[in-house]
Unconditional design. Structure first.
Length: 242
């Protein structure tokens, strides 16, 4: 757990506590997928209806860190000029699932005391306690409620986007509902993977659909081994918002 907090601290998303109330500056992450995805979600969303920005999206995050949570609370403030409390409330409504757990909740204004600050280095006294928030694969598959939430999101999604995902068999198993997927498009980065491995993974993804032999199903899986996560949002900009 100490290593995860240290990694958060080295992230460009980390802010010293003394600077938390300063104007938000996202220059360090401007070219990352974080900013590009938020701007895409924010199309046709104004400050007045900012609460709707996450109505049609969910995140399933296999990492233990809270980089997405940290970015979104500051990203909303930057994009819409929202007060910190309002941005946090909007993020609190986001469907964000960590199948293997995560460090802890981030502290939130107006909520009961608790949470661990992003990249906190003063929390060294209870790393063992925080480790209880981490799940093993076996613990996860035995959690029927969590599995149901994951499968419900996979089934209801209009598009599915894999970012920096290694497509390990056990993680693919966690994501695959018993019910087959209906029509939708799967986008994904597979940066640096061989063309042969791309073909193998694409075949596995075909198997999620109701009719994997259908030619239309074959066109629904778009894995690219030359795109980074940020590149994907440029390359498929129109397709993702169609």
């Amino acid at each position: 757990m100490k290593c995860i907090l240290e990694a958060e601290r080295k992230s460009p998303l980390y802010m010293e506590r003394s600077r938390l109330n300063e104007p938000v500056n996202l220059d360090k992450v401007q070219k990352t997928w974080y900013v590009k995805s938020l701007k895409m979600l924010g199309q046709e969303i104004t400050k007045e209806n900012a609460r709707e920005i996450f109505d049609n999206v969910a995140f399933i995050v296999f990492n233990y860190d809270r980089c997405i949570e940290q970015f979104l609370r500051y990203g909303l403030r930057f994009l819409y000029g929202l007060p910190e409390k309002e941005a946090e409330d909007i993020c609190d409504d986001l469907q964000l699932i960590h199948p293997y757990g995560y460090v802890a909740d981030l502290p939130m204004q107006g909520k009961s005391p608790g949470g661990v600050p992003f990249g906190d280095h003063d929390y060294g006294s209870d790393h063992v306690g925080l480790a209880e928030n981490i799940r093993t694969y076996t613990e996860q598959i035995l959690d029927a409620d969590l599995s149901s939430r994951i499968h419900a999101e996979m089934l209801s999604a209009g598009n599915i986007v894999f970012l920096g995902f290694a497509f390990h068999p056990q993680n693919m198993h966690l994501l695959t509902p018993e019910e087959k997927l209906g029509p939708k498009t799967i986008f994904g980065t597979a940066y640096g993977m061989s063309d042969d491995d791309i073909q193998t993974i694409t075949g596995q993804l075909f198997g999620m659909f109701r009719d994997p032999s259908n030619m239309m199903a074959m066109k629904r899986v778009k894995l690219n081994n030359k795109l980074t996560c940020a590149d994907l949002f440029d390359y498929y900009a129109r397709s993702l918002t169609a």
